[in-house]
Write a protein that binds this ligand. Structure first.
Ligand code: ADP
Ligand code: MG
Length: 370
């Protein structure tokens, strides 16, 4: 397990870790090409922090190997691995000013005063805060603290920077701004960032590649676009992006196509992925994204109450969610379930209104079934 593979900044092979009867990380393998932004996305408790702590060296895996720049680090203590970690609460020293916070790690490795001055000036320039060296930590805004926490790590020139839900403590507006800023910082340093989060929008916006984690395992690794458009499992389809979903029974299946009789009273025709094999009589769920649902307000006797309609149902508009170009309607179907669909709301009298009867439909290619 000590082959060198310099094409990867970080490579994990069959990593596992359990705590008593809890399998926190279960046979996880992945590798990350140099200088990329890689996110691990999954719900709370799925094993993200445990995986990160193993990479950093704070936790020993039960099985598996971790290689950094092609070298196994399994028996190497945290301070000897060239990996740095930014925690959720940033862990800046509150009693020290910015300069001393950043200088701390450099002093630990015996850098000279001149070298420290030079490196701090350089790293503060790179995080676009050239004038804050003398500031106390409490004099910084939340976003500035974030940048200093990253500067403090990056000044040590790590092979990999690990970030464990670093935006978790910030308010929503700042998180939105920091998403973009973190991506720009990663570009600026051209160092591999491994970012863990339970927030799918953070992972999609920032990452070159995302691993979706569930109950200790990686369900899928891919680009944000691949995960969004081609989810490999029901979990990924449900966790990445918004989806409407309907359960039902398979009435016909074959050639990556499946026909479902949905419990909500309509038939759904959709694609399945190669890895999913469904057959007649199986229970299954169909997923359709809000942007793929067409909302038709011209409902008449021809298309209302059709009992044999495929990929179509009618309902009444419950509410309008205006959000500029991302506006939606919530439609309540006959079974009482709410369906989300994207719409354009212009503010004119032609806009749909709460209470309107509408017909919702979509194309088979835009539905996925698991
Ligand atoms: N030191 C520990 N001792 C016992 N159980 C732990 C320990 N650390 C984590 N766990 C358990 O392992 C699972 C994964 O936890 P964690 O890695 O923190 O998940 P996440 O970061 O995705 O929220 C959880 O069930 C958690 O309770
Ligand atoms: Mg965690």
């Amino acid at each position: 397990m000590s082959t060198t593979n310099p094409t990867h900044d970080l490579a994990c092979t069959a990593l596992s870790k359990s705590f008593g009867s809890v399998q926190a990380v279960d046979n996880v393998s992945f590798d990350i090409p140099p200088g990329s932004f890689f996110s691990i996305l999954g719900p709370s408790g799925c094993g993200k922090t445990t995986l990160m702590r193993m990479i950093a060296g704070f936790e020993n895996p039960d099985h598996g190997d971790i290689q950094i720049k092609g070298r196994s680090v399994i028996r190497i203590p945290p301070n000897k691995r060239n990996v740095k970690m930014v925690f959720q609460h940033l862990a800046l020293f509150p009693m020290m000013n910015v300069y001393d916070n950043i200088a701390y790690g450099l002093r630990c490795v015996g850098a000279s005063r001149k070298e420290i001055d030079q490196k701090i000036a350089d790293v503060l320039e790179r995080v676009a805060l050239p004038d804050v060296a003398k500031r106390e930590i409490h004099q910084l805004s939340g976003g500035q603290k974030q940048r200093i926490a990253i500067a403090r790590c990056m000044v040590l020139n790590p092979d990999v920077l690990l970030l464990d839900e670093p935006l978790g403590a910030l308010d929503l507006k700042l998180r939105e701004a920091m998403k973009i800023e973190l991506k720009l910082l990663q570009h600026q340093f051209n160092t591999t960032f491994v970012y863990i989060t339970h927030d799918q929008s953070e992972a999609l916006v920032m990452s070159d590649n995302v691993a979706v984690m569930n109950e200790g395992r990686f369900e899928q690794i891919g680009t944000p676009q691949a995960l969004y458009h081609h989810p490999a499992s029901a979990f990924v389809a449900g966790f990445v992006g918004d989806s409407n979903r309907w359960t039902g029974k398979v009435i016909d299946a074959g050639n990556n196509n499946v026909r479902l009789s949905c419990d909500a009273g309509f038939d759904a025709q959709s694609h399945t992925t190669d890895t999913i094999t469904l057959s007649r009589g199986d229970n299954a769920t169909v997923y359709v994204r809000p942007e793929h649902i067409q909302v038709d307000t011209q409902v008449n006797a021809d298309n209302n109450n059709q009992t044999d309609a495929t990929n179509a149902l009618t309902g009444h508009i419950d509410s309008l969610l205006f959000n500029g170009a991302n506006s939606r309607v919530l439609v309540r179907d006959k079974a009482g379930e709410l369906i989300e669909a994207d719409v354009t709301l212009t503010g004119s009298s032609h806009d749909p209104k709460p209470g309107d009867l509408v017909r919702l439909s979509w194309r088979s290619e835009q539905a996925l079934c698991f």
